[in-house]
Design a protein around this ligand. Structure first.
Ligand code: 13P
Ligand code: SF4
Length: 354
């Protein structure tokens, strides 16, 4: 549905009043009505870099989810304030690894006698606490666009990787990009004693994958791929690496949201694409490329938005911008100094990856 014209006008007016004081970042999974007001859009990696590249902006309004706003706070100056228009915009995957659970896991690895050989690699989609744990133990952060480079780096530092919290991104990168086998990977379940693993299993593994996943990408299955191939001859299947390994293995192309956009920009006229990622992005791409005669469909038959990304809507954005324009800071995301210093170490290792 088209946006309420009154709200559109209010967002415009508040942004104009704030001028260069405000910088609005929008993740690709955001609603169209929000993307319209973003100064930049990007995948998680690009947005982390873009936030850090705006030292003059007093306010960074992050249209995305909580862990992204935390990362922006860590990477920006102390005098800059990061605002998340709805505090309930979390990420169910990030919630699957808590600081207590990860500390317990490290004890298990220590008991098994392998902790010194293990380098933690944490997906951007994790809380600042997990990033701090990662920094403290000599590890790095990665996103879906640099996971291979992060693993290459980690295996230069140690013999094993503890990959947090997305088991699928960890497994897909290990198997697709690093030449490992599924048998090189074990899954650590934080809800079972010792992660549900024996010390022998831990010692034999190269990749210790945390048992986390994305509920949105977890809905795509091998059937989704087979169905779309049967329905649309010559379709190219392009999926995000948060999908299960069987989906990624059956796809033609795999990559981050930014990669997906670039692939479609480069696609020839008349080509057909089934995309396995969040629906706001797929719909926007389908509309944008229809004029170029590129047919773009969603990989699944059911609708699947990321419900927490969708919490940031135009009313919340207007409220945040108008509050700032009136001199009132709302919904500030602020990571405490101790956590920030270690988390920053891990994020900077990522930004320094070749
Ligand atoms: P990217 O934009 O980095 O591909 O990440 C997707 C995602 O799930 C963010 O939550
Ligand atoms: Fe988290 Fe998945 Fe939503 Fe990304 S799409 S924010 S990983 S729940």
């Amino acid at each position: 549905a088209p946006s309420d014209p009154d709200l559109v006008e209010r967002a415009r007016a508040a942004k104009a009043k704030l001028g260069d004081k405000v910088f609005v970042l929008g993740h690709h999974y955001q609603r169209d009505e929000v993307i319209e007001f973003a100064d930049v859009t990007g995948d998680s990696f690009k947005l982390a870099r873009d936030a850090a590249a705006r030292p003059d902006a007093e306010y960074i309004v992050f249209c995305g989810v909580h862990f992204m706003a935390e990362s922006a706070d860590i990477l920006t100056g102390d005098d800059q304030q990061v605002i998340l228009p709805d505090l309930a915009a979390g990420c169910s995957m990030a919630d699957m690894a808590t600081a207590e659970q990860v500390a317990e896991c490290w004890d298990v690895l220590t008991e098994a006698g392998i902790a010194e050989q293990v380098v933690p690699v944490s997906y951007m989609n994790s809380s600042a606490d997990i990033k701090a744990f990662t920094g403290k133990h000599g590890g790095t952060i990665c996103t879906s666009s640099n996971a291979k480079r992060a693993l290459d780096w980690a295996f230069e530092q140690g013999e094993k990787v503890l990959f947090l919290p997305d088991q699928h991104l960890g497994r897909n990168t290990a198997v697709r990009d690093m030449g490992m086998s599924l048998d090189d990977c074990v899954v650590y379940n934080p809800h079972r004693p010792n992660g549900g693993l024996t010390a022998e299993e831990l010692r034999a593994a190269k990749m210790i994958l945390w048992r986390g996943h994305c509920s949105v990408h977890g809905r795509f299955s091998l059937d989704s791929v087979n169905d779309v191939r049967a329905r649309i001859p010559d379709v190219n299947v392009l999926v995000h690496p948060e999908c299960k390994n069987e989906v990624v293995a059956a796809a033609d192309y795999v990559g981050s949201t930014e990669y997906i956009i670039k692939a479609l920009e480069a696609a020839p006229r008349g080509s057909k694409w089934a995309i396995g990622t969040e629906l706001n992005l797929v719909r926007r791409l389908a509309n944008r490329f229809a004029a170029e005669d590129k047919e773009i469909v969603f990989l699944d038959k059911t609708v699947c938005f990321c419900s927490t990304m969708n919490r940031i809507d135009l009313p919340h954005l207007v409220w945040a911008l108008e509050s700032l324009a009136a001199g009132k800071v709302v919904n500030r995301i602020e990571v405490d100094k101790e956590t920030e210093s270690f988390a920053k170490l891990a994020l900077e290792r990522m930004l320094a990856l070749p």
